[in-house]
Design a protein around this ligand. Structure first.
Ligand SMILES: [Fe+2]
Length: 177
């Protein structure tokens, strides 16, 4: 049976496509290739609406409280680290956007590469540590209630998983090298 954790895992695979697209943009800039200015807005929009607002907030507002109810502390341990990384990711997106507004390619590349590294490692940690803890700690009833929370959170957000998956795929195809 599919659990809400499977849904988060599937979202990670979509975010990874966008990370490969972002790394591709960096490489193209480093080679001196022209990058369409719309590409930056497109990837920022994806990272802010899908990776951050949709995915990270489902973890923060639904999964972590469910784990908290099972005794997993929020301010330290794996959840403490993950929350800190979500904050660092948000700061790096802001840094990338400022660099693009200032036409500062080097600063964009530096922030974008830091973001790709951060999120790639972050996803590995969640897949291999936190989500395994969740699969063990949350029983069928907690999983059902977590799924309800996810459904409610998603109903308040624009777009659909299929739409975001297609968008990530298109960006990866266009920019990854
Ligand atoms: Fe995640």
């Amino acid at each position: 049976m599919k659990t809400p954790i499977d849904q988060l895992l599937a979202e990670h695979r979509i975010i990874e496509k966008a990370l490969r697209a972002l790394a591709g943009l960096c490489e193209r800039l480093e080679r001196g290739e022209q990058v369409d200015p719309d590409a930056f807005d497109r990837i920022f929009e994806f990272l802010m609406t899908f990776a951050d607002r949709r995915h990270h907030q489902k973890e923060e507002k639904c999964l972590f409280p469910a784990l908290g109810a099972q005794g997993v502390p929020r301010d330290r341990g794996p959840i403490g680290v993950i929350l800190q990384e979500h904050c660092t990711g948000r700061a790096l997106i802001a840094q990338m956007r400022r660099a693009v507004s200032a036409h500062a390619n080097d600063q964009f590349i530096e922030a974008a590469r830091a973001y790709v590294d951060l999120l790639s490692e972050h996803i590995q940690k969640e897949d291999n540590v936190l989500f395994r803890v969740a699969q063990t700690l949350l029983d069928e009833r907690s999983m059902r209630s977590l799924q309800d929370d996810f459904n409610q959170a998603e109903a308040e957000l624009p777009g659909s998983l299929a739409k975001y998956e297609q968008e990530a795929q298109e960006m990866e195809r266009a920019w990854a090298v």
